[in-house]
Ligand binder design. Structure first.
Ligand code: PEP
Ligand code: MN
Length: 274
């Protein structure tokens, strides 16, 4: 039914993915940063702020998959150079999206994690190319895809020889319109039943609403997620893209405090139960 081989849970251990000093799949990993790299000042100030609040890695798009071809498409190489500088300033590893299989090799020189966005989840030539890369891949769930389709896309990457795939639930399309997408919380424990790969959640793109980010961060931690990827900007009101879902550093710091505290509580409960 599923044809999963390398992605399935099997008898083995759960996969832990090293990104510099961070181990995704161990503890609770928080990736944060702007939707889009817009300038050196914006990116570095955001990076410093999210690091101070306790983020483990920096996100930021240099190539943006926009619905309209006339919308800002990202700074490309310049954006990647800015991300590299932000890493030098903060030590945070960089998570950034790659849109085209022809860019995988050179983008890998700037990225610590290659993100495959929801719109490219089934871009099989891109999946094969990142599968031949040595960099970990953050594979977002296609907005119209089932869990098995998503896991099969992870299988494409694994079967090319790259064992480092992080799954990311980012909401799916339903009839609901209050939220940008519908966060499928059940996908988190479902993936844990089916696969050894770590799974994180993107509450920003899932909801499109600042007010819903905190409750969903806590919910997916309780549901067993291995981490979060959250949009944060030093000045969300000035953000070119996704400002309605982008936290300011103060909001982010408050959420992180609650998330870390819930994580400590739940880890203590697990230890007690053993
Ligand atoms: C993003 O994380 O920058 C992004 C575009 O997300 P998604 O692919 O989930 O829409
Ligand atoms: Mn965004």
């Amino acid at each position: 039914m599923t044809n999963l081989k390398l992605a399935s849970l099997g008898e083995g251990e759960r996969t832990v993915i090293p990104i510099d000093d961070v181990a995704v799949g161990e503890g609770f990993t928080i990736i944060a940063g702007p939707c889009t790299v817009e300038s050196e000042k914006q990116t570095i100030e955001t990076a410093i702020a999210v690091k101070k609040a306790g983020a483990d890695a920096l996100r930021g798009g240099a190539f943006k998959p926009r619905s309209s071809p006339y919308a800002f498409q990202g700074l490309g190489l310049k954006g990647l150079q800015i991300l590299k500088k932000a890493k030098m300033e903060t030590g945070l590893p960089i998570v950034t999206e790659v849109l085209d299989s022809r860019d995988v090799l050179w983008v890998s020189e700037y990225a610590d994690v290659l993100q495959i966005g929801t719109r490219n989840m089934q871009n099989f030539s891109l999946l094969k190319e990142v599968g031949r890369s040595k960099k970990p891949v953050l594979l977002k769930r296609g907005m119209n895809s089932t869990i098995y389709e998503w896991l099969n896309c992870a299988e494409y990457i694994l079967s090319e020889g790259n064992p480092h795939v992080i799954l990311c639930e980012r909401g799916i399309r339903t009839f609901e319109q209050y939220t940008r997408n519908t966060l499928d919380i059940s996908a988190v424990p479902a993936v844990k039943e089916l696969s050894h790969l770590p799974v994180i959640v993107d509450p920003s793109h899932a909801t499109g609403r600042i007010s819903l980010v905190e409750p969903l961060c806590l919910a997916c931690l309780a549901a067993g997620a291995d981490g979060l990827i959250i949009e944060v900007d030093i000045d969300p009101n000035a953000a070119v893209c996704d400002k309605d879902q982008t936290l300011d550093p103060g909001q982010f710091a408050e959420i992180i405090k609650k998330v870390r505290s819930l994580h400590r509580f739940l880890s203590g409960k697990q230890a007690e139960a053993r």
